[in-house]
Design a protein around this ligand. Structure first.
Ligand code: FMN
Length: 188
């Protein structure tokens, strides 16, 4: 059985990010996996905006709190809406703080070396525009590759899945087909 850490970055608890996270969590719990969730807009302790002076700050108790969850996880699963070609700033902030040098990576002979081996990462994101639009422009591929190379692999983890669903909006009826797909993925 795996320890799964679910991280949700959406200000709206009624959003599709939450609906996806709920469907995923339900299926994983049925299989007997253990789940912990971090709702970045609401979970405590809060972390301030990361600024230059804080980059050299000593380890904080907030970092201890979140890093202990990261260490415990066999799998980390992110749920977020696609905002301005990327993920919400609050998730950037979470990564800036908690995937820190000395914890998630180090430099060896001036080259980066990931320290979080054995963990897998999955991503579920949604865009307002239809999927074909971003397939044509290459925008989804760019986000996937940056996330994979500059974050997941950089920290020594493995990206097992990156799913982007298009044409989703909070005002629209929840696309049940996508939720069925999430449940199917979660069963593996
Ligand atoms: C600040 C902001 C930026 C957004 N940027 C994009 C974008 O670059 N491309 C896009 O297709 N949709 C964009 N959207 C639409 C969201 O992706 C869409 O509302 C979201 O995927 C719906 O899922 P949710 O119910 O989980 O929030 C943006 C929405 C907001 C609020």
């Amino acid at each position: 059985m795996s320890n799964i850490l679910v991280i949700i970055a959406n200000p709206n608890p009624k959003s599709f990010s939450f609906a996806m996270a709920e469907a995923f969590t339900e299926e994983k719990l049925k299989l007997g996996h253990s789940i912990e969730s971090i709702d970045l807009y609401r979970s405590e302790p809060k972390q301030d905006f990361f600024t230059f002076d804080k980059a050299n700050r000593v380890q904080s108790k907030e970092m201890d709190h979140y890093q202990s969850k990261i260490i415990k996880a066999d799998e980390i699963v992110f749920f977020f809406p696609y905002w301005w070609g990327s993920y919400p700033a609050i998730l950037h902030n979470f990564i800036d703080w908690n995937f820190s040098k000395g914890f998630a990576f180090k430099y060896q002979n001036s080259l980066p070396k990931g320290l979080l081996h054995g963990k897998s990462v999955s991503v579920f994101t949604t865009t307002g525009a239809p999927s074909f639009y971003y397939a044509i422009t290459g925008a989804t591929r760019r986000l996937k590759n940056t996330f994979k190379q500059q974050f997941v692999h950089f920290c020594g983890m493995k990206l097992t899945s990156f799913k982007s669903f298009g044409g989703v909006d909070t005002s629209a009826k929840k696309p049940l087909k996508i939720l069925a797909q999430i449940r199917k993925i979660a069963k593996h």
